[in-house]
Design a protein around this ligand. Structure first.
Ligand SMILES: Cc1ncc(COP(=O)(O)O)c(C=O)c1O
Length: 373
């Protein structure tokens, strides 16, 4: 039997291990100078005015909804084709998630669908740069007007929309979960240009304490603090930031390898009937190829997954449609999203990670062709 090919695998080598060792030996292992360095590097890479390290992307969503005072009676528009963490945070805030349908080919949220969902209660719009392709930001921003747009960029480190990194001109939320294009084990980053909002997030992120712990514990520093607003504990550690700094330096290599694999899939799988390859947005963009999501039309997805498992090949499901989750239906009632519903029964993510060898990519191609034949 051939070795198992996972759906994803982080790309960690000696440099990340050395970075962790350096932090462990430094005497300061929680949030400190490495986090500040990671924030600076991340802001420079994305072109954002400011970046804030966090324990996860989900933490960023929680803090933003809080900082924007979103709660009971408010509505937040987002696609249903997203990770449930966003819907959980909206529901936990007391607000109502309002689901916008997506484009069948790209699975990106449709601006016209967002427009259809806007009411006088809409307090935020959360487009998702799904699988690493950018949502149509110009159209979304025009429709949004004064409504804050939070770009869910969890899949989109290295995704550019018309020459500009996503998240740059709004609020961007990133994830460093191990499946993501760069990882810190777990972790997240928030980028933004609005200093008032970013200051609130910074405060809420660590108990509501204004000065960071590492500034309170230094030589001859002042260890006292006061709290004006109670906060959470969503900080990243310097151990994680050390890994993130190295990963970010490799982002070009990581994303070009991801792109090469995606192109190999396109050339090896494009002539198969009853099997849709990912669609591409028509506007100018750079895809970060976080996921390679296909749609299985000619057989039951369950059978296709079983057959892949027999070939010792992993797969993922991104995502079960959020509007069909039990708690969502119970709390917010039924929603009809024809395109999301049609796509969500067919989608499957094929293996894609920078360390994937050429022969592994070909094994996946051959297995898929054999299963569908
Ligand atoms: C689209 C999307 N949004 C948000 C998140 C949440 O990120 P995290 O796992 O860092 O909390 C994820 C993570 O998988 C995601 O895929």
């Amino acid at each position: 039997m051939n070795d198992f090919i996972p759906m994803s695998r982080p790309w960690i080598d000696r440099e990340e291990i050395d970075a962790v060792t350096e932090v462990l030996e430094s005497g300061w292992i929680t949030t400190g100078a490495k986090c500040v360095e990671f924030e600076k590097e991340f802001a420079a890479y994305t072109g954002a005015h400011r970046a804030i390290t966090l324990s996860s992307g989900t933490a960023g969503m929680h803090l933003l909804l809080k900082a924007l005072s979103i709660g009971k009676g408010d509505e937040v528009i987002t696609p249903s084709m997203t990770f449930a963490s966003t819907i959980n945070q909206i529901a936990l805030s007391g607000a109502r998630p309002v689901f916008a349908d997506v484009d069948y080919e790209t699975l990106l949220v449709k601006p016209a669908e967002i427009e259809r969902c806007i009411t006088k209660h809409t307090r935020a719009i959360i487009p998702v740069h799904y699988a690493g392709a950018p949502a149509d930001l110009d159209s979304i921003l025009e429709i949004a007007g004064d409504i804050p747009v939070i770009e869910d960029s969890a899949h989109a480190i290295g995704t550019f929309y018309k020459g500009c990194h996503v998240g740059r001109n709004n609020i961007g939320i990133y994830s460093f979960h191990p499946i993501k294009n760069i990882t810190t084990g777990e972790g997240g980053m928030l980028t933004g240009n609005d200093d008032t909002l970013m200051n609130t997030v910074q405060l809420l992120k660590f108990h509501g304490i204004e000065r960071d712990a590492w500034k309170r514990y230094g030589k001859a520093s002042d260890p006292t603090y006061d709290i004006a607003v109670p906060g959470y504990k969503y900080n990243l550690t310097d151990i994680q930031a050390g890994i993130g700094i190295v990963q970010l330096k490799k982002i070009h290599v990581i994303n070009s390898r991801r792109t090469e694999i995606a192109m190999e899939y396109f050339s090896g799988l494009s002539d198969i009937d009853g099997f849709d390859l990912p669609g591409s947005p028509s506007y100018e963009h750079t895809h970060s190829w976080h996921l390679f999501v296909v749609k299985v039309n000619s057989m039951e997805r369950k059978d296709f997954m079983e057959a892949l498992a027999e070939h010792n090949i992993g797969y993922g499901l991104h995502f079960p449609a959020c509007h069909t989750l039990r708690f969502v239906k119970q709390l917010f009632g039924e929603t009809r999203l024809p395109v999301t519903e049609e796509a969500s029964g067919k989608i499957l993510s094929l293996p894609l990670y920078p360390g994937m060898e050429k022969d592994q990519v070909h094994r996946v191609i051959e297995a898929v062709r054999g299963i569908l034949r």
